[in-house]
Design a protein around this ligand. Structure first.
Ligand SMILES: CC(=O)N[C@H](C=O)[C@@H](O)[C@H](O)[C@H](O)CO
Ligand SMILES: CC(=O)C(=O)O
Length: 289
């Protein structure tokens, strides 16, 4: 069975502090209503790169305290401060996270040797398994098939969160490393990713759209491609509307619309405008009610 993970959001108050109760509500909604198989904590959707060190730790604590062992949990610990990444990797492992993940180091044009050193350092002395978080559109880092292979020489590196529209590379990686865990990261391209044999998906929009995505995975597994295509079309109508309305604030606004306290995004991300609020209300009424 393929696995579906929501990328957990972080509920913030207006002043950028963490709204603990809101995070707990979103964890509960994902487990109890969405019935996801797991949560990806501290990713892009979680605004991890907008947070300070203590906030990152606090989110990791709250998420596992609320989820306990009811779903699989992956903690994203990647940071431009390698010492911080190493500390967070130990911290979440001690908290009981069964998997970690780390984004490729970004901003500076790191060499592949530097990237490899980063991953191996994060895992040194940490008894856990890691998924490489590959998201070239945001990091500027595109790893090749050979480079993934070289990273996989570390047996603790078990797979990839693959947020990349390069499906030729996805096919090559899938078939070269049949035992690795590949989780697809672009929600709007779930169906082609399933066609290439991914093991599941992690995404921001599953916070709102998990049921449709799960139904699409089942339809695909049953060979009902027409139904899977129809579900992907419906999902993409929703995803397109979310992107047009500014996706991160909008995901939260729609949650708030449904009575789940998601708070607001953290600056420098945009605070909701009246137009965004109206847009989110329309998205809720058009696609989710
Ligand atoms: C940058 C980002 O948020 N990526 C997410 C996962 O990797 C996706 O879930 C996208 O938000 C989603 O596919 C919409 O483009
Ligand atoms: C999967 C994704 O959306 C994230 O990194 O948050």
């Amino acid at each position: 069975m393929k696995k579906l993970y929501s990328a957990l959001m972080t509920a913030f108050n207006d002043d950028g502090s963490i709204d603990e109760a809101g995070i707990r509500e979103m964890v509960r909604y994902n487990i109890d209503v969405n019935k996801v198989d797991g949560l990806y904590v501290g990713g892009s959707t979680g605004e991890n790169f907008n947070m300070n060190h203590d906030q990152k730790k606090r989110v990791f604590e709250i998420a596992i305290d609320e989820a306990k062992d009811q779903v699989d949990l992956i903690a994203q610990v990647g940071s431009l401060d390698l010492n911080e990444s190493k500390e967070l990797a130990k911290f979440v492992t001690d908290l009981g996270y069964p998997k970690i993940s780390a984004v490729t180091p970004f901003y500076y044009n790191y060499t592949f040797e530097e990237i490899k050193h980063y991953y191996n350092e994060i895992l040194k002395g940490v008894d856990n398994k890691l998924l490489i978080y590959s998201i070239p559109a945001l990091t500027g880092v595109s790893l090749s098939m050979e480079q993934f292979g070289e990273l996989f020489e570390n047996p603790k590196i078990i797979g990839i969160k693959y947020t990349n529209a390069d499906f030729y590379l996805l096919e090559r990686v899938r078939n070269t490393f049949p035992d690795k865990l590949i989780l697809s990261g672009f929600d709007e391209m779930l169906l082609p990713a399933l066609a290439l044999g991914v093991d599941g998906a992690i995404g921001s929009t599953y916070n709102l759209n998990a049921k449709r995505a799960k139904a699409e995975m089942i339809a695909f597994d049953e060979g009902n491609i027409e139904k899977a295509r129809q579900l992907q079309k419906e999902s993409n109508d929703l995803i397109t509307a979310l992107i047009k309305n500014d996706i991160y604030p909008s995901l939260k606004l729609v949650f708030n619309e449904m009575g789940v306290h998601a708070g607001v995004t953290k600056e420098p991300m945009a605070k909701p405008t009246p137009e965004m609020r109206a847009g989110a209300e329309k998205i809720y009424n058009d696609y989710l009610k």
